[in-house]
Design a protein around this ligand. Structure first.
Ligand SMILES: [Zn+2]
Length: 868
């Protein structure tokens, strides 16, 4: 899966999703199925009724009984059984079905023991097309209903009784009986399409699938239309509701490039006879990697190239590349169990960047990756975090694995190890791992053993130390003496109060920047003397791909400051900025020292460097500044630093590179947002008005920033205009950006209207909670929004989906006072939100960290500002 909503906001959403499976106890009972009965093949015929929101199912499962059993247990949820039969020695047997709802299991008892051998279970049942965006569910447009599926992690059992665990791989033959005039899409090609006698329906039968896990099956029913293309002889389609299909062209071309790229990289051909990609009007995640038929949230898939920002284009290309990477990592080779969810998600997160970087080097993806890694490091440096591999037994625990650790940390680990081994060696290890487990299941050990065998380097030790221990290392470097430096490692925490008594120690590849090339070493001890290459200064994260924090001597830090623009790459600057801000939060450095670094990079030409700076400055303004007066002093300083760059870059031009467009937009955000510059705000309002009247009149990348600034100080007229656009704008990206902007208005009367709208039922369930979470994160809207959410909880709760309650709980972590901490604690103690216990613990941890940070750093900020 891809995380929901735009990747531009990935960090905050992942923050809210991230959990601790380590520090909290679990009373979950084991819910795994017995191992004595193994499915081999499913024959499924489903008949959805889009008007009554129900479906009927006829299913045959060929199973192998490995040892004598008295009953057969499989997974089932919200299914009504009509009959369950089998044939043993030519005798037809009917089962009594016992349901175990809290385990989502059904037990078939045929009234006699079953001996080892083969058996076919014949099951007739009915089910619900639900509104919960999981299982077999109903998606709606103003024109009609669609029946669609989302099975990961544990919801195939809502569509068909099944052995719904990733290691129970089987083949599937699917028939969908659909209304005349409708079509259906599934994992494989249609092999038969025949009218059903006596009904206004036809039966669409799909070719048998390869051996695969249940969570990767997909059924889509409606009047979808498709654009067609191909790559390496594989037909590829981009499909959507008929009015949206033209916006699939961009994703289609991204997929064509990516399929050939992956065929070459993996050395294993894409295995399915076709690849379909389908935009779904209601969809909880960003996208889902169903084998051969990837489903997407519309705004992560469909775009109008002439009106799309650079960020939106990159996002769609990355989501396409992420889901396509899963066709190998996840679909062909699947984790044995959900405790190793990172084998799917970390790999897809690391891999997605390769084809997109090859397709569009002008998007500067490595800088984006470095920026994303900083957010992950901050997440993992909280007191409450978890190991990459972690226990997950119940559906709630399994869903909680889809967080910033499985995606961000595992992806960052793979990038670091690849950087250490070299791209080609690592690629060979990947190939060896995949080839050994095709159409099967694998564990973490399988992967690192393959890499160790290919590279003859201690990859197993490195990866084990990263996968099995929580948190991250802080490397503290002493004074350089000749060609070596003393280095000590300990676990790093953003809040120094947590730092004592921890015993973690990593085997860590560290790449030092040399005068001409990087020099990588493996650090193994808590303290050691480390040889380093000759260089004018010490920099221990060459290329910015390391997953650790670095702390240098004051003398070396000053050398870095004077060389930061001339000697470090943008990725290295991003990692230095991230380290320095994290060290400030942890009390190892001061806000003044960080602001000295910001001053050095004020004229930087990388939009990601400016974005990193904006994030640090935003935190200082929100978390450290004592009051409005101090925030205002900081704004003044921000204007003096960055307004000249904004003026210098001037108006958009046809010849602008994507990076230049993004730099202009970042600077506009910074100067007009945190800088609170009246002229820039006026300029943003003018761009917004122009662009809303005629989208072709403004640069789409600049418009994204301008709209945010305009909305923050927007009036009733703009609100009404955007509310209309959030429903009626022609393409999904425009609708999404208008909806997003509605959550930013600061005028309390308008904010109330926005909140009323978010919980009215008019905003899709897929968007409602993230809307409220944005209101909670903004310092100027959060107090009002928090009161509103408490006062209107029943309406808020009515729109929550599998993951989205945790967004709201997580967003309360942006508060920064003991009063609010008590309020948050009290409110959620009385109003339980499903699958968010760990998110709540993390949010409270964040509030505590913020209180400590303000106490520690506010004097430093005050004194620094007074000298400006
Ligand atoms: Zn994924």
């Amino acid at each position: 899966m891809s995380p929901s909503s735009s990747r531009l906001f990935q960090a905050v959403i992942l923050l809210s999703l991230a959990l601790s499976l380590l520090t909290l106890t679990h009373q979950a009972t084991a819910q795994r199925l017995p191992q004595a009965v193994i499915p081999e093949h499913y024959d499924l015929a489903l008949t959805p009724d889009l008007k009554t929101a129900t479906f009927t199912g006829q299913e045959k499962i060929d199973v192998v009984i490995k040892a004598p059993v008295s009953t057969i247990t499989l997974n089932s949820a919200e299914i009504k059984f009509t009959s369950v039969t089998t044939v043993v020695n030519n005798a037809s047997l009917t089962a009594k079905v016992a349901l175990v709802p809290d385990k989502q299991q059904a037990i078939f008892d045929f009234g006699r023991p079953l001996q080892p051998g083969r058996l076919t279970l014949a099951i007739h049942y009915t089910g619900l097309l639900n509104n919960e965006l999981r299982g077999f569910y109903l998606s709606r447009t103003p024109r009609r209903n669609y029946a669609v599926t989302q099975f990961e992690s544990t919801d195939a059992r809502r569509a068909f009784p099944s052995f719904d665990e990733p290691a129970f791989k089987a083949t599937f033959s699917v028939t969908l009986n659909v209304d005349t005039g409708d079509t259906a899409i599934s994992n494989t090609n249609i092999i038969r399409d025949e009218p059903l006698s006596g009904a206004a329906k036809h039966a669409i039968t799909f070719a048998e699938t390869p051996k695969m896990s249940t969570y990767l099956l997909v059924f889509l029913v409606g009047d979808f239309k498709c654009l067609s293309g191909s790559s390496d002889g594989v037909p590829i389609r981009a499909c959507a509701t008929p009015d949206q299909v033209q916006y699939g062209a961009f994703a289609l071309s991204a997929a064509e490039f990516t399929l050939h790229y992956y065929n070459t990289y993996f050395g294993i051909k894409y295995p399915m006879p076709k690849l379909d990609m389908i935009g779904i009007p209601d969809f909880e995640a960003g996208a889902m990697e169903n084998f051969g038929a990837i489903t997407y949230r519309e705004s992560d898939f469909l775009l109008d190239l002439s009106h799309a920002s650079v960020g939106a284009q990159r996002e769609v290309a990355l989501v396409v590349a992420h889901e396509m990477a899963h066709q190998w990592f996840g679909d062909m080779v699947t984790m044995q169990w959900w405790d190793n969810t990172w084998l799917n998600e970390g790999f897809a997160t690391w891999m997605e960047n390769k084809p997109v970087e090859a397709w569009h080097p002008d998007w500067k993806l490595p800088e984006q990756v470095a920026l994303g890694n900083q957010a992950t490091l901050d997440l993992d440096a909280q007191h409450i975090t978890r190991t990459i591999r972690a226990k997950a037994e119940t559906p709630d625990e399994i869903n909680e694995m889809f967080d910033g650790i499985s995606y961000g940390k595992a992806g960052a680990m793979l990038l670091m190890v690849e950087n250490y081994l070299g791209e080609e060696t690592f690629r060979q290890g990947v190939h060896k791992y995949l080839a050994a487990h095709l159409y099967g299941n694998a564990t973490a050990e399988d992967f690192w053993s393959a890499q160790a065998e290919v590279s003859h380097k201690p990859v197993d030790k490195i990866m084990d130390s990263l996968v099995s221990q929580p948190g991250e290392a802080l490397l503290t470097f002493g004074s350089v003496a000749g060609s070596s430096v003393p280095v000590a490692q300990r676990r790093f925490f953003l809040n120094a109060a947590n730092a004592s008594g921890n015993s973690e120690s990593w085997t860590l590849p560290v790449c030092f920047k040399g005068s001409t090339e990087k020099h990588c070493e493996v650090i193994t001890e808590r303290e050691q003397q480390q040889p380093i290459p000759a260089a004018p200064f010490l920099f221990a994260n060459a290329e910015g791909k390391g997953y650790y924090r670095s702390n240098y001597s004051e003398e070396n830090y000053r050398k870095l400051l004077s060389n930061v623009e001339s000697q470090l790459t943008p990725e290295e600057r991003i990692s230095l900025l991230g380290d320095q801000w994290a060290l400030t939060r942890a009390g190892n450095s001061t806000v003044a020292s960080y602001l000295d670094l910001v001053h050095e990079v004020r004229a930087d030409e990388s939009p990601s460097v400016i974005s990193s700076v904006a994030s640090g400055l935003g935190s200082i303004s929100i978390r450290i500044a004592a009051d409005k007066e101090e925030r205002s002093q900081l704004s003044t300083w921000i204007r003096t630093q960055f307004a000249p760059s904004l003026q210098a870059i001037g108006d958009p031009s046809q010849n602008d590179t994507p990076a230049r467009r993004e730099l202009r937009a970042e600077l506009l955000s910074l100067v007009g947002g945190l800088g609170n510059d009246p002229d820039t705000i006026a300029q943003a309002k003018a761009i917004t008005a122009r662009s809303l009247a005629d989208p072709a009149s403004a640069d789409p990348t600049l418009f994204v920033s301008a709209l945010e600034i305009a909305a923050r100080s927007g009036d009733e007229t703009l609100f009404t205009q955007l509310k209309k656009a959030s429903v009626e704008a022609p393409n999904p990206q425009q609708r999404e950006s208008a909806l997003r902007a509605l959550s930013l208005f600061r005028d309390p009367a308008i904010e109330k209207q926005a909140l009323d709208y978010a919980v009215s039922g008019e905003v899709r369930n897929q968007d409602s909670a993230s809307f409220l979470a944005r209101e909670l994160r903004d310092i100027d809207t959060r107090d009002f929004a928090w009161q509103y959410i408490q006062d209107n909880w029943s309406k808020v709760a009515a729109q929550l989906t599998t993951f989205s309650g945790a967004y709201i709980v997580g967003a309360t972590g942006s508060f920064c006072s003991a009063d609010k901490l008590a309020e948050v604690d009290r409110f959620f103690a009385g109003h339980k939100v499903a699958a968010s216990e760990h998110t709540l613990a993390r949010a409270k941890d964040q509030i505590n960290d913020c209180i400590a940070l303000r106490a520690a750093q506010q004097p430093s900020l005050k004194s620094w500002l007074s000298k400006r």
